[in-house]
Design a protein around this ligand. Structure first.
Ligand code: TPP
Ligand code: MG
Length: 603
């Protein structure tokens, strides 16, 4: 047994007994690394990762064997997925809850091609994951005819290099161990993101001539702490002390409740208006009196725009798109801008997900969680505060229809006061529907706008939430659900409780609004906007698709009266450990503000 295994055995990650009981191999009696891929498996265990989501393939049959017969399918345990995109989406969702990388494995160039969008979603969402891939033998002499040749590429990592933090193709078992440790370390270091290690099939399958010398793996993954410069903290505190209309843009922050409390304390100390973003996880109580308007995605609420216009100092807690927010507020913003972020360390020339270059007067180059307490300390105690009541209002429900607002209202009533994590929301969601009061109440969007990520991300989040006492709940559009629905089988197979409500408008409706806009700009018939967009004739039986994969399926629900009792049954099923999918036929439609922004004739 190598040192790596003994070292890592000290810190076993939490495992769920029901999941651990699935897919048990017979003991293989192997206790010493004998092949290249055994060394890779040891390194993976040293990363302290409980699960590896995968779709199999011969390019990594060596590693597959090591995971089953050398590690005994534990730490990491395999989670079989029916598509590589859902394997990575599950790792993405897991990271959204834990802040830590899970692993995924994908077969050769073809599996990697299937996984690309999920890489991109995680990259844009700044979520860590360690992806292992494989290539046919690099040594051409060892290739099987045809198949090993088509599944070998000169530079496989190039497929995803533009949207991964780092990739490698190690040539020996010792180099592969180093690559896996580095991949875990880099992925988990802010700004976080996916990493990719491509394992040569020949290297994996080769017998070890001699044991790989043991190392103390923890020493190769040091903690990376970053702190704001003291000068920048002093400057920011001075700006904020004099601010009459400060605004906080609460963006990418952690799931830590203590950090949440500090953000609330900072806003209250400054009496600052706070704006939050549905693109990222809950960052501030959305029904707090200081919260400006309802949280929105790319189109900000009117109150948020007003607050930005009126601001004299704006503090961005790693807000995803400062330049875009300013553009919506009319372009030039008079306020001084303070940015708390390390995101600039990640930007590259392939992807423009870094958004427009915003004006920044002071940069605190660290994660917001670190800088907020420093700012609070520098500011010192404030004077007495006038407490204003929250102006939060739930959306008014239209009569005689079943809309997404009805779905949200009924679901909110059905869950009552229990802790719930909204793992995913559809584009049609109204931010006023559901207040967020804890960092795990909402886990943000797919990150990269890649439709189809919703189901897998939700399964990964549910996996991480299992046993936490929180109900994992996702609301997906029908287009999103259908593209990623095979993740449901993985949840059913591994006994991961999850409730998915499908806001089924029988359409890729977002794009109906785009076609409407083009028709308006060109004076062409708006009534044709549905052509090439509607998903009907035949209607898809979403509940049957759920049942076919071992989940409980409900619906289609076509009247608002049936929602409450159906959600009650679905929640009971989830409480009993099942996956439940509720198909709700909603009227196509977005909030008035989003519809107006999307369909107006010109910008
Ligand atoms: C992979 C991918 N394909 C296509 C799109 C373009 N697109 C953006 S939203 C959308 C519609 C999604 O449909 P659904 O999930 O049903 O939500 P709805 O718009 O109906 O509310 C599409 C096709 C995309 N963003 N990603
Ligand atoms: Mg739809």
């Amino acid at each position: 047994m190598s040192n790596v295994r003994r070292e890592s055995a000290k810190k076993e990650p939490a495992r769920d007994p029901a999941i651990a009981s699935v897919d048990r191999p017979v003991p293989a009696g192997v206790n010493a690394a004998g092949f290249g891929s055994d060394v890779v498996a040891d390194a993976l265990r040293a990363l302290d990762i409980p699960y590896i989501a995968l779709n199999p393939g011969a390019s990594y049959r060596g590693l597959h064997d090591s995971l089953v017969n050398y590690l005994g399918n534990e730490r990491p345990q395999m989670l079989l997925c029916l598509h590589e995109e859902s394997a990575l989406a599950i790792a993405h969702g897991y990271a959204k809850v834990t802040g830590k990388a899970m692993a995924a494995a994908v077969h050769s160039n073809v599996g990697l091609m299937h996984a690309t969008m999920a890489f991109f979603n995680a990259w844009c969402d700044r979520m860590p994951m360690v992806v292992l891939g494989a290539t046919g033998p690099v040594d051409a002499v060892k290739r099987r005819p045809w198949i090993d040749w088509i599944h070998t590429a000169r530079d496989q990592g190039a497929l995803v290099r533009g949207y991964t933090k780092w990739d490698d193709q190690p040539a020996s078992p010792a180099a592969a161990r180093e690559a896996v440790l580095r991949a875990g370390w880099i992925a988990n270091t802010a700004p976080r993101g996916p990493t990719y290690v491509n394992l040569d099939a020949g290297m994996q399958e080769e017998k070890l001539a001699e044991p790989v010398p043991p190392i103390d793996t923890a020493r190769y993954m040091p903690e990376v702490a970053s702190a704001p410069s003291p000068d920048a903290v002093v400057k920011t505190a001075a700006l904020l002390r004099n601010a009459k209309h400060p605004v906080i843009l609460a963006g990418r922050v952690s799931r830590d409740p203590e950090a949440w409390n500090k953000r609330v304390a900072l806003a209250e100390r400054l009496n600052a208006r706070v704006i939050t973003d549905l693109k990222v996880s809950a960052a501030f109580p959305t029904d707090h009196p200081l919260h400006a308007g309802s949280p929105a995605g790319s189109i900000l609420a009117a109150e948020a725009v007003e607050a930005i216009r009126a601001a004299d100092v704006i503090v961005s807690l790693d807000w995803v798109d400062i330049a875009g927010a300013f553009k919506q507020a009319g372009g030039t913003v008079a306020a001084k801008v303070v940015q708390l972020s390390v995101d600039h360390r990640l930007h590259n020339g392939w992807s423009m997900d870094y958004q427009g270059l915003p004006p920044v007067d002071v940069l605190l180059a660290c994660e917001p969680d670190v800088a907020v307490p420093a700012l609070l300390e520098a500011l010192g105690p404030g004077g007495p505060r006038t407490v204003v009541p929250s102006s939060h209002q739930f959306p008014k429900l239209a009569e005689g229809k079943l809309t997404v607002d009805h779905l949200a209202d009924s679901l909110r009533r059905a869950v009552g006061d229990r802790p719930v994590s909204l793992a995913h929301l559809p584009l049609s969601w109204n931010g006023a529907s559901w207040p967020f009061r804890h960092p795990l109440d909402f886990l943000g969007s797919d990150g990269g706008g890649g439709v189809g990520g919703g189901p897998g991300i939700s399964v990964g989040a549910a996996l991480a939430l299992k046993g936490s006492g929180r109900l994992a709940l996702a609301v997906c559009g029908d287009g999103d659900f259908m593209m990623g629905c095979t993740a449901i089988w993985t949840a059913a197979h591994y006994k991961i409780p999850l409730l998915v409500a499908v806001a089924n408008n029988r359409s890729f409706f977002n794009d109906e609004l785009h076609q409407e806009r083009v028709a308006r700009m060109r004076n062409r018939p708006v009534e044709n906007r549905w052509v090439g967009q509607r998903i009907s004739e035949p209607d898809i039986d979403i509940a049957a698709i759920a049942r076919a994969q071992g989940a409980q399926g409900f619906g289609p629900i076509k009247s608002a009266d049936e929602l409450g009792s159906t959600f009650a049954k679905a929640i009971a099923a989830v409480d009993a450990g099942h996956v439940a999918v509720v198909d709700v036929w909603v009227e196509p439609g977005y909030t008035a503000a989003v519809t107006a922004a999307m369909t107006r004739k010109s910008d």
